[in-house]
Design a protein around this ligand. Structure first.
Ligand code: HSE
Length: 285
């Protein structure tokens, strides 16, 4: 029997759609695997009732198949599904690590990124790796084709999770097919600033680089209260606020002394919009 833990993640960070991701210190999924003739899955924990236990419909079933590693797989969910915090990626990453060890497949953590990304395809229709990469490797990650670059960063974050669900498939449908040259130039500048900010662990530069004129505005309408929560988080001291992954969670960057105020202000602003929410004060993990 092997057990592995893989953390929640936040993808995109505004300007890095399908490219940037960060591991969060918490929450996390824990996956335990035992050899079996056929794969079977049981799920407990946050939002377990919404997760299929059929291996064909579950992210970890695809991982077991990709590693030719049939097992009984127990998933203890710490990361609520459809939250924008990389829930399916956490399960896929933890399963990939545990099954790789159980069957002594010999993959490195980097080598497990495309394996775990196969699990993402089951959930969202696309094998994008921007959540599984930081969940497996930690830190801030940049996915470029098959290549992943990892940067150690120490940046305080607030992840605010409202009690509404947004499906990744729906959130991907509203992404525009093309962008203007002006938006392209702005996005490249922001993404470059954000990467430099991560290298320097500079919350001001990271926050400024999270601005995104393309994908985030297209998704804002899917999240009740988005505009007011964002505005109030800035007033409380956030240096940047954006949709976390496909939403509905929002991710704020702040200087350490402001995190508590930002977290409280975001929860209160969601409440004013009629939506219950909880906030995690965390860091790039
Ligand atoms: N990059 C993905 C998206 C993350 O924004 O759709 C969600 O899984």
């Amino acid at each position: 029997m092997v057990t592995a833990r893989a953390p929640a993640t936040s993808a995109n960070l505004g300007s890095g759609f399908d490219t940037f991701g960060v591991a969060l210190e918490r929450p996390a999924d824990v996956v335990t695997v035992e050899r079996a003739d056929e794969t079977s899955i049981d799920v407990t924990g946050a939002g377990a009732q919404y997760i299929p236990e059929d291996p064909e419909g579950n992210t970890v079933g695809a991982v077991a198949e990709a590693l030719d590693a049939p097992a009984h797989i127990s998933i203890d969910k710490g990361v609520r599904p459809a939250s924008g915090l990389g829930s399916s990626a956490s399960s896929a990453a933890a399963a990939a690590v545990a099954l790789n060890e159980l069957y002594e497949r010999g993959y490195s953590r980097e080598g497990l990124v495309p394996v775990a990304a196969k699990g993402e395809a089951v959930v969202s229709g696309d094998a994008h790796a921007d959540n599984v990469a930081p969940s497996l490797l930690g830190g801030f990650t940049v996915v470029r084709g098959d290549e992943v670059t990892r940067i150690d960063a120490d940046v305080p974050l607030v992840a605010c999770l409202p009690e509404v669900a947004v499906s990744t498939r729906d959130a991907r449908r509203v992404v525009p097919d093309s962008i203007s040259m002006d938006d392209h130039v702005e996005t490249v500048g922001n993404a470059a600033a954000l990467t430099a900010g991560m290298c320097r662990s500079d919350p001001t530069l990271v926050g400024a680089g999270m601005d995104d004129p393309v994908v985030t505005p297209a998704r804002a309408d899917l999240i009740t209260g988005y505009e007011s929560v964002r505005e109030i988080a800035f007033e409380a001291g956030a240096t940047g606020v954006t949709v976390s992954g496909a939403g509905p969670s929002l991710l704020a960057v702040c200087h350490p002394e402001k995190c508590r105020a930002v977290a409280g202000a975001m929860v209160e602003a969601f409440a004013d919009a009629g939506v219950g929410a909880r906030a995690y004060q965390t860091r790039v993990g």
